[in-house]
Write a protein that binds this ligand. Structure first.
Ligand code: SF4
Length: 348
C-alpha cells in the first residue's frame, strides 16, 4: 500500500463528483475571481456551507467587487453579517477590503505571504486563496482535510498538538499542479464520504490506500486531545420598551460583538451580576434566559424587561415589529425573542 497514487485518484474523483458552489470554478475552468474566493473563505471559517450560501449571494449582489465592499458603510456590512457569528471577522473583512483597495490597487496579492499580511487572513485562508484563486501550490488544511489526511495515514498523535506533523504529511501528498483542486477535493471528500461519524469507505476512491480503513475503525481518527469544559459566565440583558418600540444600543467597537446593535447588557462574569449595568431604574420583570456558547466560554444571559418612557442614554428606539431588521447578533436576537414571548404571554 502506498499513498503515491492519492493525488491522482482524488483529482479523478473530483472531476466527476465535485460540489457546485457559487464561489467555485469547476475542474479545469478559469479560476474564480479572488474576491469571491476570499469572501467565501472568510465566511466559511467556523460556519457551514449551507449557512454561508445565502450570505454569500447577498454580499456579492450588494458589493460585487472588493472596491465596492471597501467603500461600504461599516454599519451596513455589520448588519448584513449578523447571524454568521464571530463578528471580529466582519470587522476584519472591511479592513481587508480597504487594504486591498487602498494598498494593492483593488487586486489581491497572489502569494501566501502577501495574503497573510492582510487583516483577518491567517495561515489557512492564505493557503486556500493562493491555491484556489491563483493556482499556487499551497498546503491547505481545514477540518475536513485534517480528518481525511489523519485517516489516510492513521495518524495517531492527538490534535491540536500533532498538527505540524500532520501538516507535513498533507504536504507530502499535495501535487504541484492543481493544488487548489486537490484542496477542494479533500474538502469535498471529507464533507460527503469521509464524514466524522460514518465514513463510507466502500464509496471512497482512496479506500485501497487508506490505513485507517485497514484498522476497521476509521472514525477513531483524527485523535483529539480531551476537551476542557468551557467556563460558564453570567450576564443580564435589559429589554426596555415604550410605545411598541424597544431601546437598542451599539456595542463598543472593541470587545465581544463589537460594533453590533444589541440590547443593553451589564457585565458578563463568573458571578450573577443581577441588575448591574441597568441603563434606567425601573420595575424589572424576569423574562427568562438564553444560553449561548462562544469560542472560549458559555454564557447564560438573563433577560429582564420593563416599560420606560423617554430617553435612556445613547441608543435608539426600534419598532418591535421590525426587530428582525435590526441586525442583532444571534445572542441578542434570541434574548429579544425571549422578551417578546414573555410580553405576549403577559398580554394573553
Ligand atoms: S477509506 Fe474511509 S476512512 Fe479512508 S479516506 Fe476513504 S472514507 Fe475516509
Amino acid at each position: 500500500m502506498s499513498v503515491d497514487a492519492v493525488p491522482e485518484k482524488l483529482l479523478t474523483w473530483y472531476d466527476a463528483h465535485h460540489r457546485r458552489l457559487p464561489w467555485r470554478a469547476g475542474p479545469g475552468e478559469a479560476p474564480t475571481d479572488p474576491y469571491r474566493v476570499w469572501l467565501s473563505e472568510i465566511m466559511l471559517q467556523q460556519t457551514t456551507v449551507a449557512a454561508v450560501k445565502p450570505y454569500f449571494d447577498r454580499f456579492t449582489a450588494r458589493w460585487p467587487t472588493v472596491a465596492d465592499l471597501a467603500a461600504a458603510d461599516e454599519a451596513e456590512v455589520m448588519s448584513a453579517w449578523a447571524g454568521l457569528g464571530y463578528y471580529a471577522r466582519a470587522r476584519n473583512l472591511i479592513a481587508c477590503a480597504r487594504a486591498v483597495t487602498d494598498d494593492h490597487g483593488a487586486r489581491f496579492p497572489d502569494s501566501e505571504a502577501g495574503l497573510r499580511a492582510l487583516p483577518g487572513i491567517g495561515d489557512y485562508s492564505a493557503a486556500a486563496i493562493a491555491a484556489i484563486a491563483f493556482g499556487r501550490r499551497a498546503v491547505v488544511i481545514d477540518a475536513n482535510v485534517e480528518r481525511v489526511a489523519s485517516r489516510i495515514f492513521a495518524f495517531d498523535q492527538p490534535l491540536p498538538k500533532g498538527r505540524p506533523a500532520l501538516r507535513a504529511l498533507v504536504d507530502s501528498i499535495t501535487p504541484d499542479r492543481r493544488a487548489g483542486d486537490f484542496a477542494q477535493a479533500m474538502m469535498d471528500l471529507g464533507s460527503s464520504i469521509c464524514t466524522p461519524r460514518a465514513p463510507q469507505c466502500l464509496l471512497c476512491p482512496l479506500s485501497p490506500d487508506c490505513t485507517a480503513r485497514m484498522t476497521g475503525r476509521p472514525e477513531a481518527f483524527p485523535v483529539k486531545a480531551a476537551k476542557r469544559p468551557k467556563p460558564q459566565r453570567l450576564g443580564t440583558a435589559f429589554w426596555i420598551e415604550h410605545d411598541d418600540r424597544v431601546w437598542l444600543v451599539r456595542r463598543p467597537d472593541k470587545g465581544m460583538l463589537g460594533g453590533m446593535r444589541a440590547l443593553p447588557s451589564g457585565p458578563w462574569g463568573d458571578d450573577d451580576p443581577g441588575l448591574a449595568g441597568a441603563p434606567v431604574d425601573a420595575a424589572w420583570r424576569e423574562a427568562g434566559s438564553v444560553d449561548h456558547v462562544f469560542t472560549h466560554f458559555a454564557l447564560k444571559l438573563r433577560v429582564v424587561s420593563a416599560a420606560h418612557p423617554g430617553q435612556v442614554g445613547v441608543g435608539e428606539w426600534w419598532p418591535i415589529d421590525t426587530i428582525a431588521d435590526a441586525g442583532l447578533p444571534t445572542l441578542f436576537a434570541r434574548a429579544a425573542a425571549r422578551a417578546i414571548a414573555d410580553r405576549d404571554a403577559q398580554e394573553h
